[in-house]
Design a protein around this ligand. Structure first.
Ligand code: UD1
Length: 427
């Protein structure tokens, strides 16, 4: 099993270009099904989740070519309408293919999804919203079927601004005659990016990024080219890494509006932040300060995806921090892993009290999920001594070779491939 080895306690210094956003590129790849032609997707990150999407598209009959961060997808030969369990089990967000596939092919059968174990993660809102558009939904124990036959534009109100459900409704409605309105839509920047992609292909969408989105159906979409926005969660992960090690890092190609929800927290931690033209300079001269209260919330609240990396940095803060997770019911699993580094955290499934300690020590730790994995890497960067991080396949889902990005900033970190020795027993 591969693992990441870190010799910690080295300040980060230098400049780094952020890669494209995982949470944008996945629904955009699903959206290519609606375009019977070629889509050129620039700034596509090399992530294992992107690899799964390519496998899904290939399975359906699409041609995909990935060269130097540009993904070219041609969906003109798509004929299949099913996504098998081997593929959906690898990635929960494969549910976003349901609306796109049913809309483009008339029917879709998607096996029930997998992904991070950060809670129950039901899909009831997706199904309810597609039903409101007249799609016929049949759910069995292992798959969900969706038929377009009687679908029509409609007003859809989400009971919660779910990111994935908002994306599914957009994808399912762009080709439906008439006006669809989504009320209580998610406002995350990745929704706007998906809409920008679809509009560049000829869709008519207004209000993406706000709580009310209108979609005026068109007959077809045409070939297009789109650049994916940069990853705001990668930005906050790297900022957390600078917070724990100290240092001075310039983040390039940053989408500044999308990171605004985390800037206040980093300022309270003591960061010196200087923004420029698509850049953000992050400096930590001393140990971070504890933050009285961080509550995750939907955009523009503090993102749940940044909670774990920031918690890792707060383990060495001067003072106590309180973190409340409001989006997922089981997204504190990393707190237990952070204890291995000598952190002092009292947590349940929703709340963590982080008592800052002057230093952490190296440890063997496990990635519990994607962002929890980033958190233990960050703890290793800030710890004195050697750390080994296992189950790193979680990290590869959402970060493009995270260890290389950190090494380029001066961290002593490397991936050890397929080593059987030194591997502690899994729990
Ligand atoms: C997306 C992001 C994920 C991020 C999350 C919240 C992608 C690929 N993933 O996930 O990184 O953490 O937004 O910003 O974009 N829920 C239901 N029923 C549903 C759908 C959701 O109860 O049908 C619940 C979920 O269990 C969760 C909450 O709603 O508690 C938020 O989920 P949602 O916004 O849908 O997140 P995802 O789209 O899964």
């Amino acid at each position: 099993m591969s693992y990441i080895e870190i010799h910690g306690n080295k300040p980060l210094d230098g400049s780094i270009k952020l890669h494209g956003a995982k949470n944008s590129v996945l629904p955009i790849l699903a959206a290519t099904l609606l375009v019977k032609g070629e889509c050129v997707i620039k700034n596509a990150p090399h992530l294992s989740d992107v690899g799964v999407c390519i496998e899904i598209l290939n399975h359906l009959g699409a041609d995909c070519t990935f060269i130097d961060g540009t993904l070219i997808v041609n969906t003109k030969n798509v004929t299949r309408t099913d996504i098998p369990k081997e593929l959906t089990a690898k990635m929960r967000s494969s549910i976003v293919f349901l609306g796109a596939l049913a809309a483009s092919q008339g029917r879709a059968q998607v096996s029930l999804p997998g992904g991070c174990r950060i809670g129950e993660r039901p899909i009831d809102m997706h199904l309810c919203a597609l039903s409101a558009l007249g799609y016929e939904i049949k759910v069995s124990e292992s798959y969900v079927k969706c038929l377009r036959q009687n679908a029509r534009a409609n007003a859809v109100t989400l009971s919660f601004p779910s990111v994935g459900a908002t994306e599914n409704v957009i994808l399912a409605s762009v080709l439906l005659k008439g006006r669809t309105t989504i009320c209580n839509a998610a406002r995350e920047p990745e929704i706007k990016d998906l809409a920008d992609f679809l509009v560049s292909a000829g869709a008519i969408i207004h209000g993406a990024g706000s709580s009310v989105i209108t979609i005026d159906g068109v007959n077809s979409l045409h070939s297009t080219e789109h650049k994916v926005i940069s990853d705001r969660i990668l930005a906050s992960t790297l900022m957390s890494a600078v917070a724990i090690t100290g240092g001075d890092v310039l983040l390039r190609e940053i989408d500044l509006p999308s990171v605004r929800p985390v800037l206040g927290v980093f300022k309270r931690m003591g960061a010196e932040l200087v923004s420029g033209n698509k850049t953000l300079r992050v400096k930590f001269k001393t140990r971070p300060r504890g933050v009285e209260l961080i509550k995750t919330n939907v955009y523009p609240g503090f993102p749940t995806d940044s909670q774990a990396p920031v918690m890792a940095a707060l383990c060495i803060a001067k003072g106590t921090s309180v973190i409340v997770e409001n989006i997922f019911e089981n997204r504190m699993m990393h707190a237990k892993e952070l204890l291995r580094f000598g952190a002092d955290i009292v947590s349940d499934n929703k709340t963590a009290l982080v008592y800052g300690k002057p230093e952490l020590h190296g440890a063997d730790a496990y990635c519990t999920d994607l962002r929890g994995g980033a958190a233990v890497v960050i703890a290793g960067l800030g710890a004195k001594g050697v750390s080994r991080i296992y189950n790193i396949n979680h990290i590869d889902r959402g970060y493009e070779k995270l260890e290389n990005q950190l090494a380029a900033l001066g961290a002593d970190i490397r991936r050890i491939e397929n080593e059987k020795e030194n591997q502690p027993k899994t729990e």
